[in-house]
Design a protein around this ligand. Structure first.
Ligand SMILES: [Zn+2]
Length: 113
């Protein structure tokens, strides 16, 4: 389950932020998750609860915002929106796609005390 690994590095990032900014606790964590990354929001939520134990983010609310997948089509030279990896270009039906966005997990915002 790669959600556990993702949350592990997310908690690491939060601890880095705590060292830099000196807050006590985290109320809410807002992350952006690309729809192409095969991340299950429920599994992510669960993994976050487990991984954040004994960290400043323990008990914090995890808010997950999905961001769409975007890819560059080399056949028609357009930036297009795709729903999953391996989808053809909605414009020309080609498969020469380079994914530009949508498989990342990004820490967007921390609400801290
Ligand atoms: Zn195309």
């Amino acid at each position: 389950m790669h959600e556990v690994a993702l949350c592990n590095s997310l908690v690491g990032l939060i601890q880095d932020q705590q060292r830099q900014r000196g807050f006590r606790r985290v109320n809410r964590v807002i992350v952006e998750v690309g729809v192409l990354g095969h991340v299950d929001p429920h599994a992510l939520d669960f993994a976050f609860d487990v991984e954040s134990k004994d960290s400043p983010a323990e008990g914090a609310v995890l808010e997950i915002r999905e961001i769409e997948g975007r890819a560059w089509c080399m056949d028609c030279s357009n930036l297009v929106t795709i729903l999953k990896r391996g989808d053809p270009c909605p414009g020309c039906g080609g498969f020469a796609m380079i994914v530009e966005q949508g498989d990342e997990l990004r820490l967007k915002e921390l609400e801290v005390i």
